[in-house]
Design a binder for this molecule. Structure first.
Ligand code: AMP
Ligand code: DBH
Length: 556
């Protein structure tokens, strides 16, 4: 049985096929298409290890053969938790070849998030990294917990530390010590791919705003289209050398155009552990990187680094080959936008996207005002958007309203979430993005704010309700609200307003969340103790009033 998901209505699906958007090919075709005349081109560089397109194909066949020996059902789900590395992509293509749909958790997710995802889907396979503190510190306890959320037989695969040799990291079953034997030259029978392109290929993660982390089913057809269209708009070619510095599973770095766009174009992906200048600048220099994607706080670090009086000049020289910097995930200020060109001597591309689908780009041909001041326009001629006021009526051109969208790569429903879907979609299948935008006469969007209960901490999304619900489990806490407050570097950070019935310290609140295994980016940056929380006329916590009332000096 295939993974259930909300399909596009038949007539619309047929329109996407007839228009040539959905090409009826599985995502594995992105690598396959390079095998005829680009097989020996370097596709991936990771810690001085290089992998050609041929290597990716051969190694993923070998790993697939091992997985298939376990008789994991076709259409099973795997939970994957790997760092930015060659193994991330090889595992991704392996699972697609097997018809197993991955959920790629972010590497800065921790036990709380992994257990929540596994509880929701009961995965048939979990793939973990020995490099994560969860395993490095205490493997048996965490593995036992996650196993109890898995389907029988519980398959837990461990990817070991990155080797110094030019090979794949050791990969082994958690209960067996011997690693599989891989060899770039050991041919292995090609996996019989049974996948069809209209099925769920994998799940993206939603930033969330309703308490439970939600999963976004992405089909081969819709995701392949978003990759292909992105690669074309961004003019990628086999000369593109892309630095993947943000988390690899993120929709931005995977498909806008991201690593998949680069593979589609036959270029090379260089993986970086994080977007810091210390890690990225030497990689850009060493591998002649031409293209990369950043969130605004990372761009801020890069600009500071090259502004350094002592070695800023040398640093700038390391970026000599870099032509384009994409910035997205959170709103970029016009002042910072201008500096991409004036200080870094690169072309800026703004990207406003979402794991649910819709992606907007500024184009190379746009005038400088649109590049620096807008978040781009929808990438597909078939993206439909409406910008509406609180009554649902379209706003006048140039006015701010809520953004709704549907299109050939925007999903139609969260996995197994009928109640959330009722709220997230209208009767015509438009998805409510939760973003407030205005549109310029040229069709570009400017993000003005948001009407979802979320904090955008420099591109990392925090679901306010998820943290509030957890904190209410602390016996001393009787009421709590998590809100976004402005931050010079992150754009926004989080502040928890807490009402307690007995004395607790702020550090106890943070420790409580840490002990529950919550990812560290979700731990409140500020905590303010208050006697009561303001309420609206209908009795809901008045977050707008809280944000306005913030006296930041006393919050840390
Ligand atoms: P996610 O749900 O985690 O995929 O995050 C998508 C959300 O990130 C969007 O709905 C926006 O709220 C925000 N976002 C992404 N790109 C930008 C951008 N360039 N400017 C402002 N907000 C952005
Ligand atoms: O923030 C995002 O989710 C995002 C940003 C840029 C995204 O999903 C994308 C591009 O595809």
């Amino acid at each position: 049985m295939s993974i259930p998901f909300t399909q596009w209505p038949n007539d619309i699906a047929q329109h996407y096929i007839d228009s040539g958007y959905w090409i009826n090919k599985p995502l594995t075709h992105i690598i396959q298409k390079q095998l005829s005349n680009n097989a020996n081109k370097i596709a991936l560089i990771c810690n001085n290890r290089t992998f050609t397109y041929q290597d990716i194909d051969v190694l993923s066949n070998q790993l697939a053969a091992q997985l298939l020996m376990r008789n994991i059902d076709n259409d099973a789900i795997a939970l994957v938790h790997l760092p930015n590395s060659a193994e991330f992509y090889i595992v991704f293509f392996t699972l697609l070849k097997c018809g197993i749909a991955p959920i790629n958790a972010l590497f800065n997710h921790s036990s709380y998030e992994l257990l929540s995802f596994s509880q929701q889907v009961k995965p048939s396979l979990v793939i973990l990294s020995s490099q994560h503190p969860l395993l490095a510190n205490d493997d048996t306890q965490f593995i036992n917990k996650i196993k109890s959320n898995c389907k029988q037989p519980q398959n837990i695969l461990i990817v070991g530390d990155t080797p110094h040799k030019n090979t794949l990291a050791p990969i082994y079953w958690a209960n067996e010590n011997s690693a599989f034997i891989f060899g770039k030259h050991n041919q292995c029978k090609k996996v019989q791919e049974e996948t069809t392109a209209d099925k769920v290929a994998f799940f993206q993660l939603s930033g969330g705003s309703t308490g439970t982390p939600k999963l976004i089913p992405r089909t081969h057809n819709d995701y392949y289209y978003s990759v292909k269209q992105s690669a074309e708009i961004c003019q990628l070619s086999n000369n593109t050398i892309y630095l993947c510095a943000l988390p690899a599973p993120h929709n931005f770095t995977l498909s806008s155009p991201g690593a998949l766009g680069v593979f589609y174009a036959g270029g090379t992906v260089v993986t970086a552990a994080d977007p810091s200048p210390t890690i990225c600048f030497p990689l850009i220099y060493q591998h002649n990187v031409t293209f990369t994607a950043l969130v605004p706080p990372a761009l801020h670090l890069w600009l500071n680094s090259i502004a350094d009086r002592h070695n800023g000049h040398n640093q700038r020289q390391q970026l000599y080959t870099l032509k384009t910097i994409q910035v997205g995930g959170a709103k970029l200020s016009s002042a910072m936008a201008e500096k991409v060109n004036s200080e870094l001597d690169c072309t800026l591309q703004q990207v406003f996207g979402m794991a649910e689908g819709l992606v907007n780009y500024t184009h190379y041909t746009d005038d400088i005002w649109h590049i620096n001041n807008t978040q781009g326009k929808p990438m597909s001629p078939s993206d439909e958007i409406k910008i509406v006021d609180e009554s649902g009526a379209p706003v006048a051109m140039g006015e701010t309203g809520a953004l709704w969208t549907r299109g050939p790569y925007t999903f139609r429903g969260y996995y197994n979430s009928p109640i959330a879907n009722q709220r997230a979609f209208d009767k015509d299948g438009f998805y409510c993005t939760g973003d407030l935008v205005k549109q310029t006469p040229s069709g570009h969007l400017i993000v003005m704010g948001r009407n979802k209960d979320q904090i955008n901490r420099g591109g990392e999304k925090i679901d306010a309700q998820e943290i509030e619900e957890l904190l209410l489990h602390m016996p001393e806490i009787i009421d709590v609200a998590l809100v976004a407050i402005p931050d010079d570097i992150m754009g926004e950070c989080s502040c928890a307003f807490v009402v307690c019935d007995s004395l607790i310290k702020k550090k106890d609140i943070r420790r409580f969340l840490r002990e529950h295994g919550v990812a560290s980016f979700k731990i409140p940056d500020h905590i303010t103790m208050v006697d009561t929380l303001p309420k609206t006329a209908v009795g809901k916590i008045d977050k707008r009033c809280l944000r306005n009332s913030l006296i930041t000096e006393s919050t840390c």
